[in-house]
Design a protein around this ligand. Structure first.
Ligand SMILES: Cc1cc2nc3c(=O)[nH]c(=O)nc-3n(C[C@H](O)[C@H](O)[C@H](O)COP(=O)(O)OP(=O)(O)OC[C@H]3O[C@@H](n4cnc5c(N)ncnc54)[C@H](O)[C@@H]3O)c2cc1C
Length: 382
């Protein structure tokens, strides 16, 4: 099925562009149709039902459009363990929550009302393994193909896997002024585990059970953990589930789904997921802003030393999962709210890096830095 958009006939360029995949990156790029100097842009969308979910990020200069559409912002956030709580405050970089359906709707309105000729082609699920847009006949149809299909993750890497429930409580228990980004006061038996609680108002919150481990769990594991947490920490057992969301995000090296150089990878397929945190929304917007405004090919939005620090951090976490709660708490305690937001958004200053390094146990990190260097040398000599 092909849905044609408004065609004004006003050509801005001669390029015919295909965008494969209508997720976060595909839609975010499609919304910039008029900046792509193309005569025609076709978005290839898989015929699947994406349930809406929330994207969290810190307000940054490249996110103003997304910030204007957020459901809620928090100027305060916490990291909690059995040993204490770090609370951050930032007036400049509040933590924001954006609903994916709101973002995609606004992107699709911009795409379909662009001056450039735009269309959406729905790809039947059964055809998606060998997508027809990347067959040789189609290659000649397009001058540029952006590929946002999900990447292939290395085996044996940590995964961030989670299930969240948006609930409406029978009594007012949530604090809508403070987002809880990590509360480690939950069982650590099945992997590094914390709760993420976004209180939208005193009654309504997204409560997410998140693990870092090598494989995902059954839905019941996350749901049982959420119920136990709500009961223990909020003394709440009477609530209605409004909506649920879940995901599995690779924390480590990923490879492009298709290495064909004709395809320009974007989004998670181009390594935008920040390995140590699983955050991707902010980096996808940064990547798209960079290459559309500079009229270049997409490149990684991450700095090389951020990726290197992340691999050392992940090596520590993988070998010492029991240390995770205190490492995150220490990191949060040594950084100000602004520095924490900048560091996790890939926009850290030199002084922020100094505090990050200072906050971590030196000997442990030096050992793992060597391990990472030896591992990468082995990979390059193979
Ligand atoms: C539930 C959930 C919550 C998340 N929360 C956060 C958060 O709070 N903050 C944050 O920064 N990140 C978050 N993330 C991570 C990240 O933002 C997402 O993974 C992001 O969607 C990645 O965007 P993408 O476009 O690269 O991939 P996707 O959004 O996965 O899009 C890929 C698209 O390609 C399509 N596709 C696949 N094969 C084909 C094919 N053959 N032909 C055509 N289309 C195809 C898929 O249908 C999909 O629509 C979350 C992820 C999930 C799943």
């Amino acid at each position: 099925m092909s849905i044609s958009a408004q065609q004004t006939g006003q050509k801005k360029g001669q390029k015919k562009i295909a965008i494969i995949g209508a997720g976060c990156a595909g839609w975010s790029l499609a919304a910039r149709a008029d900046q792509l100097s193309a005569s025609r842009i076709e978005l290839f969308k898989k015929q699947d039902n994406h349930a809406s979910h929330s994207w969290g990020f810190w307000q940054m200069p490249w996110l103003l459009d997304a910030v204007s559409q957020t459901r809620k912002k928090w100027n305060k956030w916490q990291i909690i363990t059995h040993n204490g709580c770090a609370e951050h405050h930032s007036a400049t970089h509040p933590y924001c929550s954006l609903q994916s359906d709101v973002w995609i709707k606004s992107c699709s309105q911009k795409f379909l009302s662009a001056k450039t000729q735009t269309s959406i082609t729905e790809v039947p699920v059964r055809k998606t393994e060998k997508n027809r847009v990347i067959t040789s006949e189609d290659k000649s149809d397009f001058d540029v193909i952006y590929d946002s299909r999900p990447p292939v993750a290395d085996t044996n890497i940590l995964l961030q896997h989670f299930r969240g429930l948006e609930i409406r409580a029978a009594k007012p228990v949530f604090n809508p002024e403070v987002a809880i980004l990590m509360d480690f006061r939950v069982s650590q038996e099945n992997g590094i585990h914390f709760m993420y609680v976004l209180g939208y108002d005193e009654y309504t919150a997204l409560v997410e059970s998140t693990f870092f481990s090598l494989s995902p769990h059954h839905d019941e594991v996350y749901e049982a953990a959420i119920r136990e947490y709500l009961n223990t920490v909020f003394h709440l057992d009477d609530f209605e589930i409004i909506h649920s969301e879940s995901g599995v995000i690779p924390m480590g090296r990923v490879s492009r789904v298709d290495s064909n150089p004709f395809l320009l990878a974007i989004g998670s397929n181009a390594g935008t997921i920040r390995p140590s945190s699983g955050y991707a929304f902010s980096f996808i917007q940064k990547q798209i802003e960079q290459f559309t405004s500079q009229n270049t090919n997409p490149k990684s939005p991450h700095k090389k030393y951020d990726l290197w620090m992340d691999s050392v951090f992940l090596s520590v976490l993988k070998s010492n999962p029991e240390k995770a709660p205190n490492l995150f708490l220490k990191l949060a305690k040594y950084l100000s709210g602004d520095a924490f937001a900048r560091f996790l958004s890939g926009d850290a200053k030199i002084t922020d890096y100094a505090f990050v390094i200072y906050s971590m146990p030196k000997w442990l990190f030096i050992c793992h830095a060597f391990k990472v260097i030896v591992g990468s040398q082995k990979r390059t000599t193979r």
